[in-house]
Design a protein around this ligand. Sequence first.
Ligand code: GSH
Length: 223
Amino acid sequence: MALRLYTYWRSSAAYRVRIALALKGLPYESVPKHLLRDGGEQKLPDYLAVNPQGLVPALADDGFVVPQSLAICEYLEEIHPEPRLLPGSARDRAIVRGMALAIACDIHPLNNIAITQYLRTDLQADDAGVNRWVAHWIARGFVALERWVAAVADGGHAADQRHCHGGRVTLADVCLVPQMYNARRFGVDVSAYPRLVAACAHLETLPAFVAARPENQPDAERK
Ligand SMILES: N[C@@H](CCC(=O)N[C@@H](CS)C(=O)NCC(=O)O)C(=O)O
């Protein structure tokens, strides 16, 4: 199994996959695609031939390409089950998938580069306007997720306050940490989400999460 990850250091969707790969101890070749340089390397024909959506991440496994971060995480879960990112029972899996999707489908798309570029170029928003947009949608999503994590904990699924669900890392945590990175990057006041902040404080110390951090990637840009 030769894995190759098309990635960008600041991409929070790619960050999810880097965490999953590191948690499962799977080595891979990192193939950076700069999302801004020359109009975005993800839009060039050579990459569109890999991923017709022109988005990172994409994972190639011996040439078999899987786009979409959650599809990639589930693929990795199937070909390399341990350690598991999804819990043992159907109900627990449904909750974990729901939380992951709340981030990946309902929060993250609204702060993606294509959207913020459209706000800037077509709708003439300035930096303050774009930051307001991003902060608004992250906050709306985090309010709900904070409530959800609390409800799950009160239901007896998580006692340790260090994970979104249960007492070990799941796909929900794999999605939460990169989204928290984005929130901080855009200046969101995250103190309003104490459970999410507490979980991240723990998760961000785990070696797999450290290895996956944007600043630890080969293509990270240092200022
Ligand atoms: N739903 C996709 C989202 C992928 C995505 O939006 N990737 C962003 C970076 S985080 C991207 O490639 N943006 C480039 C663009 O919008 O042109 C996933 O989970 O993989």
